[in-house]
Design a protein around this ligand. Structure first.
Ligand code: PDD
Length: 296
């Protein structure tokens, strides 16, 4: 299975896929993206991802092709790949712009860019996550704080990932699988590429959107599934100590699905093994995937 890329409608192998070095996605991280995965070859929850992509693009005023056009390009790119499971990344950059424009404008000015670029990456996705879901993973609460909403709102899914990269760098030094970031007020916000949940007294807690997080699609699904299961869920602020004292903790993302956390900075979480609520929610998530993507 090979990586396939679609650049503005042209489907290419990885080696031939190139974009201008004047593209502002490269120069400034002036771009938005979504990451989905396929189940049985079909991208999961694509409509929700495309809605979020449109919302992110609108927030930073990148004119986006219509959702139908993007969906068509995703389909064409997936069809060009061999059968299998894939990670699908959709990127929309503001496109090329001058670094030193003629006239009074400064190079950062978005109005200097005429046409955005639409990229679709289709990358083979091995099932590594299943082994980690059985054992659970260690996390670290890192010193790097999540960007304040007033500066670069984490609800915009932009390719400008330096805040998250700094967090991952700090977590790697502690051999942690994921970096847990606090918001500027000191409350737990989210992982560098996931949302975070804890279980306390039979309830599930996750930071509210107002904490300054990405409105994760898996987070949203887990809130819905937990309510279906009759589990009380609270979107509420909590502190690092609440995470350390929690009975269970787990991460959610499109790629991680529901991933148990068993250790934080050397402290075991709960029993130090994936907890029962986490396992129930993971099973319910898998059932939802099976129902919406019956094997062909
Ligand atoms: N990451 N928070 C952050 C900062 C993320 O980057 C992600 C997703 C999430 C979870 O969102 P969702 O459930 O919609 O996947 C939360 C993706 C997987 C990525 O960066 O590739």
């Amino acid at each position: 299975m090979k990586e396939i890329v679609n650049i503005n409608g042209e489907i290419l192998g990885r080696d031939r896929a190139v974009l201008s070095i004047f593209d502002r996605g490269f120069l400034y991280g002036d771009s938005v993206y979504e990451t989905l995965r396929t189940y049985d070859g079909i991208p999961f929850l694509q409509d929700r991802h495309l809605r979020r992509l449109a919302a992110s693009a609108e927030r930073i005023t990148i004119p986006l092709p219509g959702s139908k056009e993007i969906a068509r390009e995703i389909e064409r790119t997936c069809q060009a790949a061999e059968p299998g499971e894939y990670l699908v990344r959709v990127v929309v950059t503001r496109g090329e712009g001058p670094i030193w424009p003629a006239g009074p404008a400064v190079g950062l000015d978005p109005s200097l860019c005429k046409s955005p670029s639409l990229l679709v990456y289709v990358i083979p996705f091995p099932r590594r996550i299943e082994a980690l879901q059985k054992t659970g993973v260690p996390v670290s609460i890192v010193p790097i704080r999540r960007n304040p909403r007033e500066s670069l709102d984490p609800s915009i899914k932009s390719c400008n990932q330096l805040n998250n990269i700094l967090a991952v760098t700090a977590a790697s030094r502690k051999a942690a699988f994921e970096a847990i970031m606090r918001n500027p007020a000191g409350y737990v916000a989210e992982g560098a590429s996931s949302n975070v949940f804890i279980a306390r007294g039979g309830e599930i807690w996750t930071p509210p959107l107002a904490a300054g997080i990405l409105e994760g699609i898996t987070r949203e699904v887990i809130l819905e599934l937990a309510r279906d299961l009759g589990i009380t869920v609270r979107e509420q602020d909590f502190l690092p100590q609440d995470l350390l004292d929690s009975e269970e903790c787990f991460l959610t993302s499109s790629l991680k699905e529901v991933l148990p956390v068993v250790e934080c900075d050397g402290h075991p979480i709960g029993s130090g093994r994936p907890g029962p609520l986490t396992i129930r929610l993971l099973e319910k998530y898998r059932e939802m995937v099976r129902i919406s993507h019956p094997p062909r």
